[in-house]
Design a binder for this molecule. Structure first.
Ligand SMILES: [Zn+2]
Length: 215
């Protein structure tokens, strides 16, 4: 089952992707992780990416596509994957289809985690991030056991500077403009399902699993 997860920041995409990967026993693939792994391992693509990032620039679509292509050669995706954070644009969606089709694979299901602006603002402005392991907490929805301290590694938690309401609303606008063409693309190919991601993450997870069983 080749599943793509779409959703605005704060819709719970990363968390759902992780849980789905466990439940469905499929690899969780995120382009952010692939990029970091390539850089860390010092692969050719990683070195190219590092050079670009060191100049303060964003890694271009071509390079990301090459990394994905390579990642998809790994046999662990034989039965499927949970793809998170990619595609973000129509051109990336087309690239993804191309890469997969060259390997005689295709996206089966695209789930759009549709959360309302109010809920996203509440989630993101209360978010706390661990300075060491990157674990996420929330001041009201998921507070750490000890105030300001990570449950798993005991490092200090901080609030990201872009997790304030004005910036969050701006990020949402940008995302909505970007995702509109993706929604149209995947609706046309009848692969898109939109779920209400304001609901409890546990409920949303079960709904995605139900959908995936029908594919
Ligand atoms: Zn931590």
């Amino acid at each position: 089952m080749y599943l793509v997860l779409l959703g605005p920041p704060g819709a719970g995409k990363g968390t759902q992707a992780k849980r789905l990967a466990e439940r469905l026993a499929l690899p969780h693939i995120s382009t952010g992780d692939i990029l970091r792994q390539n850089v860390k391992a010092g692969t050719d693509l990683g070195k190219q990416a590092k050079g670009i990032m060191d100049q303060g620039l964003l890694v271009g679509d071509d390079l990301v596509a090459k990394m994905l292509d390579e990642r998809f050669n790994n046999l662990d995706i034989k039965k499927g994957f949970i793809l998170d954070g990619y595609p973000r644009t129509l051109s990336q969606a087309k690239t993804l289809d191309e890469i997969l089709s060259n390997k005689k694979l295709a996206v089966d299901l695209v789930v759009y985690l549709n959360a309302s602006d109010a809920v996203i603002v509440k989630r993101l402005t209360g978010r706390l991030v661990c300075s060491k392991c990157g674990a996420n907490f929330h001041v009201t929805n998921m507070p750490p056991k000890a105030k300001g301290i990570c449950d798993s590694c005991q490092a200090s938690l901080y609030q990201r500077s872009d997790d304030n309401e004005v910036t969050v609303r701006k990020r949402l606008e940008v995302y909505k403009n970007e995702v509109a063409s993706l929604i149209e693309y995947y609706t046309k190919s009848k692969k898109l399902y939109s779920l209400n991601a304001d609901l409890d993450p546990g409920i949303v997870l079960e709904q995605v699993i139900e959908l995936s069983a029908k594919v």
